[in-house]
Ligand binder design. Structure first.
Ligand code: SF4
Length: 283
């Protein structure tokens, strides 16, 4: 299967130079590889939130769900728990996942639900045309903060490490080879996997030159070492002028939520039976 086979007829409305193209193409390559291996496209479900990134569900020809703002994660969790055999990949923005949806994100990590989360972290609200987001640096001047934001950003990867995420990685929308590698590793990881993509918004927050000066690839880093991962994650806190580590920051093996979720509760019904009963009640 060629990666173009996963394309759709929907006209692409992202701006020229938008980092979302790199994410789309990187994930297409991974899904194509999966299709030739163990996971045909009909067994893949993608979920998106609200934001420029959300249009990705229109551009990938697999099953998809366009969720509401901040709620892509619980939708992805629900799909995975109901249908554990499916590969579930969730695309979110930084305002989406690190703002309104942060509680869902941390608890999905805590549960180690076997989903992949790709965050299009352009560090600005772009679809609503230029407001500061949870990862915008202090002093960021946008439409809602014309004199500069007085808030320091959160460090989402530090929060997620504390939340027991079992796979954390960071890439940029200019490093296609590395980004595709990180997507592949995240998708095959058993458990909650998140790739924080420093996705450049060419229109409202063009950081291509800044990242070109600051990023470096992780070497001699043991991703199984939680303390080392925390040190690398804290090196750059989305606010300082420090160097920015790219690659797999943390990886651990742990039982997934689906594996530990009791298949046969005391009332004797299996999981499918309980889900059917729930759906019948809701009908
Ligand atoms: Fe991409 Fe920014 Fe344009 Fe949205 S506004 S499509 S994030 S470049």
């Amino acid at each position: 299967m060629s990666s173009s086979a996963l394309g759709t007829y929907a006209p692409n409305t992202w701006c020229p130079g938008c980092g979302n193209f790199a994410i789309l193409n990187g994930m297409k390559t991974v899904l194509k590889d999966l299709a030739e291996g163990v996971c045909p496209p009909e067994n893949v479900v993608i979920v998106s939130g609200i934001g420029c990134h959300g249009k990705i569900v229109d551009y990938l020809d697999v099953n998809s769900f366009y969720a509401i703002h901040g709620r892509a994660i619980p939708v992805a969790e629900g799909i995975k728990i109901a249908r554990p055999e499916l590969k579930v990949i969730c695309f979110c923005g930084d305002g989406d996942a690190y703002g309104e949806g942060i509680e869902h994100l941390i608890f999905a990590a805590k549960r180690n639900v076997d989903i992949t989360v790709v965050v299009h972290n352009n560090r600005v609200y772009s679809l609503t045309a230029f407001q500061y987001s949870p990862t915008s640096p202090a002093g960021f001047k946008g439409r809602s903060t014309p004199l500069g934001s007085v808030e320091a950003p959160i460090n989402p990867l530090e929060l997620l490490l504390a939340g027991r995420a079992s796979f954390l990685a960071r890439g940029t929308s200019r490093g296609m080879t590395q980004l595709t590698h990180l997507f592949r590793e995240a998708v095959v990881h058993r458990g909650f996997a998140l790739v924080d993509v420093l996705q450049v918004c060419a229109t409202y927050n063009n950081l291509y030159d800044y990242y070109a000066r600051k990023v470096y690839d992780l070497q001699d880093h043991d991703p199984c070492d939680r303390t080392a991962a925390l040190a690398r994650i804290r090196e750059w806190d989305y606010n300082s002028d420090a160097r920015i580590a790219l690659g797999i920051l943390y990886r651990a093996e742990a039982a997934t939520f689906e594996e530990t979720f009791p298949a046969s509760p005391p009332d004797g019904r299996d999981r499918d039976g309980r889900i059917r009963a729930f759906l019948d009640r809701s009908a």
